[in-house]
Design a protein around this ligand. Structure first.
Ligand SMILES: *Cc1c(COP(=O)(O)O)cnc(C)c1O
Length: 433
């Protein structure tokens, strides 16, 4: 059996047709028919409504943009989409932005690109996403301490799980602070039947190689209306004024998606629904096969209002659970880093940091690795990252506790039922009787 990876890109077979068309028509540039076509496909997908969960009170949706006005800009990366979403909310030098601490660094780093400060807010247990109560405490306290409101709020749909976006929207509206939803991992997840990324003023999508669909690398920003769409496009294309020569009155960015990447994206859109269904199926199978395994719990939708795409399937391990080899882990410095072959990583100074996954989690990762299965700890919360040690944070211990006990398991189009059975059999084999 080939190595089983967490989430690997999977082509529909249509991608090359769109890419070839771009070459044939000489549209090998960061604009063109594929970019327009991809944006149109994305728009159609994100504004599609499903019947909302029966008993839910949807009155909070009056605080969200109207779906029919929403537009999507295709960009070079999800990180670029976070950056431009924040910029469009007016975030600038000296401002503060509230960011979910339990996330990948691309949710918070763009805040610093703008000379602003991320203020981290912890998660609640059910969704692993931004705790609405703590969010409100943080807003009140920042106003008290700095005399100013945070400029934006960035909740995240971690591993695809919808946040409590209804409550977050109510709080954001009470203080009149815009929301930028980081739905990079939550493409096609829904809350009350509405697609994640369409609730806040802006919504971020990512098409990196390991996300729900890929353009090799890319992202998109869901905008509330035509005007916002045009403004984001202006900043994504070097902020040029309309003169016969290059006239610049604002600082812009080179963030537009290329027509080649968008061609891949158009091909991928034909299998998006299939991918999402497959991720959900893999999740179901893990739940079924792990149901009788004591000490391991899958992370599941807390109620029918939540409809995760299960981008990655995640589980938590009881501290008491004994995994073979757990007394020997963290013995040596790891070379390379998580996240595959991309880029250069610095060599670690020591085998330990002050907060790390429990030894049984690391032992399970090592066990699975030897069995040809990729797994990974959960994201290490941003408030625990050395680079953010001076940032204000509002924590309740939830994300730190989850980081210690959680693990990501393979999901995605390449993972077959047979693979899931094999992975679960290896998990069982790793458990000390
Ligand atoms: C992947 C990811 C991003 C960034 O997307 P890129 O396309 O890789 O730049 C942002 N936020 C989260 C939570 C992500 O997982």
């Amino acid at each position: 059996m080939d190595r089983i990876l967490l989430c690997l890109a999977h082509m529909s077979g249509r991608e090359m047709d769109f890419v070839k068309e771009a070459f044939d028509d000489n549209w090998v540039v960061p604009l063109g028919p594929n970019v327009n076509g991809f944006e149109e496909d994305l728009r159609e997908f994100v504004i599609s409504e499903e019947s909302a969960a029966g008993a839910a009170d949807l009155s909070y949706q009056r605080l969200c943009p109207s779906l029919k006005d929403e537009k999507v800009v295709a960009l070079s990366a999800g990180t670029a989409a976070v950056h431009l979403g924040l910029l469009s909310c007016g975030v600038g030098l000296g401002d503060e932005v509230i960011v979910q601490t339990f996330t990948f660094c691309a949710s918070s780093h763009p805040v610093t690109y703008l000379g602003a400060t991320p203020v981290f807010v912890d998660s609640e247990r059910d969704t692993w996403n931004m705790d609405p109560q703590l969010l409100e405490e943080a807003i009140k306290d920042r106003i008290k301490v700095t005399g100013r409101k945070p400029k934006a709020i960035v909740p995240v749909y971690l591993y695809g799980m919808p946040a409590r976006i209804d409550e977050i929207m109510e709080i954001a509206a009470r203080y009149d602070i815009p929301v930028v939803e980081d739905a990079a991992e939550g493409m096609g997840s829904r809350f009350d039947g509405r697609v994640c990324g369409t609730f806040g003023r802006y919504g971020v999508l990512s098409f990196n190689g390991n996300k729900m669909i890929t353009t090799s690398g890319g992202g998109a920003l869901i905008c509330p209306d035509e005007e916002a769409y045009r403004e984001v496009m202006f900043y994504a294309t070097q902020a040029r004024e309309s003169y016969p020569y290059y006239q610049h009155e604002k600082i812009g960015y080179n963030y537009r998606m290329s027509n080649i990447c968008a061609g891949i994206g158009r091909g991928q859109m034909t299998v998006l629904a299939e991918h999402i269904a497959h991720h959900k199926h893999v999740q179901e199978l893990y739940c079924e096969l792990l149901a009788d395994v004591k000490g391991i719990e899958m992370h599941v939708n807390p109620s029918p209002r939540f409809d995760s795409n299960f981008w990655l399937c995640t589980a938590t391990l009881d501290e008491e659970l004994k995994i073979k080899g757990q007394d020997e882990v963290y013995g040596e410095v790891v070379t390379g880093s998580v996240g595959g072959a991309a880029g250069v990583t610095h060599t670690a100074a020591s085998a330990h940091t002050d907060v790390e996954p429990n030894t049984n989690v690391e032992a399970l990762r090592v066990w699975l690795d030897k069995a040809g299965i990729e797994s990974r700890p959960l994201w290490k919360p941003m408030h625990l990252q050395p680079v953010y040690k001076a940032n204000p944070s509002y924590v309740n211990g939830v994300s730190e506790a989850l980081f210690r006990v959680g693990i990501c398991l393979p999901s995605g189009p390449w993972v077959t039922d047979e693979h899931v059975r094999y992975i679960v059999s290896q998990i069982k084999a790793a458990i000390e009787a």
